[in-house]
Design a protein around this ligand. Sequence first.
Ligand code: ZN
Length: 258
Amino acid sequence: MATRRLSRHLLVSLLFSLPLPVLAASSQWTYQGQSGPEHWAEVGSSLENALCAKGTAQSPIDIDLHHGVHHKANTQNLKIAYMRSSLTMINNGHTIQATPSGKDLLTYKGDNYHLVQFHFHTPSEHQFNHQAYPMEMHLVNQDKNGHLLVVGLMIKEGKENQELAALWKRLPREEGREVHLTGKSDPDLGRLLPGKGTARHVTYQGSLTTPPCTESVQWVVFEQPIELSHQQIERFRTLFPDNHRPTQQLNARLVDEE
Ligand SMILES: [Zn+2]
């Protein structure tokens, strides 16, 4: 038992010491069929993706706002200072992932993180009260010790999203293709956030939602969705018709509302 616990600990430490592109490097897994979410633990070398099946603190989850969410009086834990910056976008075969070049900062419970990348899923991975949204945006932040904090934004169908419009017009269609965005069409990520980052949100301890499903990821999921137009959502879906992992068991975890 002790050996097993130690080896998992070593595995997690090793994963966190690797740069992010390595975490996302394995492309054998998919969202459908024999290498889909139910089989991720069997894809790759023996232990690589074990947590996808054996983990007990996995993401995404179904967030039940009526039951099981613990309301916290302290709403000062989160401060987000994202800004306008140029970025590089890549179609990595699983999603469109963008790497901003600026100093987008986030503070959570006194810990400083910087934004390393953001990407998109359809339909949403998290659910609120058993309901999925058409899409979800994940903003992946990392502190100086490699700890990850992911901000989840639900996306509903509505007005055209101006901040993402320039990026959306140039979504790279082929796997492996990179697109660089610079100039005045750069998105202002601060303006993209609901209530500019001060809106109501839930927090919980989870995992990456892609192999290797690494745990100890701090999640911050906003309750208020952002909007993309019908055409913008459809444009993403022509590239990725379904790239979501189903919801996972909450087990002993608490979900806090801040
Ligand atoms: Zn994601």
